[in-house]
Design a binder for this molecule. Structure first.
Ligand SMILES: Cc1ncc(COP(=O)(O)O)c(C=O)c1O
Length: 379
């Protein structure tokens, strides 16, 4: 190929400190990983471990060979969806998607294409939601977690749109903080036609009763019209699901293009997800340990870099404010056997480049102490 646009783009990314490469294999003796979303330590559970007690794993096909709408084997999907429906209750239905990315892109773009619809999303929502909104003209972003501003927007637009779809995350992936969910419900009641769409990717497995997420600990979980979570983080599998009322589910089955036009998850993976979710519901010791780890990290980070927006969370951060410095710091930590990856633009806004610290219940006090002393040394 004679076109050198690729080389010049690469050079530009390198010059601004934003060039990304696939990191080397991270596992090895003494390496401590603070970069994965393995919040409950389920990431190390092997097929062999699960076979004991679950011989049915041997019989689940490795491929569905078709989109869900055409697949011949549906039982694994149905079993998992029924399990999720029994967990989330209120007569709501579950729908599996191939990943959180597929779920958000498919659902947000389908919703946004409805006439008379405005999408109002938090400034820091995940890229999959942003990609779902790309083709939608009627969209507004509100400042991160600023529900006063959201109130203003809804007041202004209330009569201009039949439907106002408010999109938030229950735990933000780069800051670890949460919006006030009860207030979101009262805003929904204040402005008829408001639909609440919430991504629980980083809460599912970790927070709420038995790890079912933050909406489930509110006074009215069913006021959240669409709840999505990925299976690729705390529960140690792959895929995603959404919870909603039956007519909304039917709408997505017919209109979410990422659901319709992609081979569905391997039944093997779906069965694995079901087994891992069952395990997750009983993982209260892991959740307790993770909370302990989160408090320990919070206290240390507040000492290193006090920040009034920081919350006690399994997702910690240290703002560096410069992409090259963030990369350099991450490399220094790597030399000490600590995997803490730099997060740069466009994942976070320019000037807020950071190290993202992802905790797991499998981290011990000594692991966290090692990280803290390294951060204190290099910051
Ligand atoms: C908030 C949020 N939503 C969706 C996704 C995408 O989920 P998945 O990795 O299953 O595609 C992520 C993952 O990075 C996320 O952080």
């Amino acid at each position: 190929m004679s076109d050198n646009i690729f080389e010049s783009l690469t050079a530009k990314l390198k010059a601004t400190g934003n060039f990304r490469t696939i990191p080397e294999n991270r596992f090895g003796n003494g390496v401590l990983d603070f970069s994965a979303n393995d919040y409950l330590g389920f990431g190390n559970i092997t097929f062999r471990d699960m076979l004991v007690g679950h011989p049915e794993l041997l019989n689940a096909p490795m491929t569905s060979s078709a989109s869900r709408l055409l697949a011949s084997t549906q039982s694994h999907y149905n079993d998992l969806e029924r399990l999720l429906e029994s967990i989330y209750g209120f007569g709501r239905r579950a729908l599996l998607f191939n990943s959180g990315y597929h779920a958000n892109v498919g659902m947000v773009s389908a919703l946004g294409s409805l006439p008379g619809t405005l999408i109002v999303a938090d400034k820091l929502v995940h890229a999959s939601i942003i990609d779902g909104m790309k083709e939608i003209r009627n969209r507004i972003r509100f400042p991160h977690n600023n529900l006063d501003k959201l109130d203003e927007i809804l007041a202004r637009e209330a009569d201009n749109y039949e439907r106002k779809i408010v999109i938030v995350e229950s735990v933000y992936s780069m800051d670890g903080d949460s919006p006030d969910l009860e207030r979101l419900v009262s805003l929904k009641k204040k402005y008829p036609g408001t639909i609440l769409y919430i991504d629980e990717a980083h809460a599912f497995g970790v927070l709420g009763s038995k790890g079912t997420g933050l909406t489930m600990q509110t006074h009215a979980p069913d006021e959240f019209d669409i709840v999505i979570a990925t299976l690729g983080k705390a529960v140690g599998s792959y895929g995603a699901f959404a919870i909603m009322k039956e007519p909304v589910r039917n709408f997505f089955i017919n209109k979410a293009r990422s659901f319709i036009f992609s081979t569905s998850l391997p039944p093997q993976t779906v069965l694995w997800s079901k087994l891992m979710i069952e395990r997750m519901l009983n993982a209260s010791n892991e959740r307790r340990q993770l909370r302990h780890n989160s408090e320990k990290l919070y206290m240390a980070l507040q000492e290193i870099a006090p920040d009034r927006n920081r919350t006690v969370s399994h997702i910690g951060y240290l703002i560096i404010g410069d992409p090259s410095r963030a990369v350099g710091l991450s490399a220094k930590l790597r030399e000490q056997g600590l995997i803490v990856l730099p997060i740069r633009t466009p994942t976070v806004p320019p000037g807020t480049e950071r190290l993202r610290i992802s905790l797991s219940s499998s981290h011990s006090d000594a692991d966290i102490d090692k990280l803290i002393s390294a951060l204190k040394e290099w910051k």
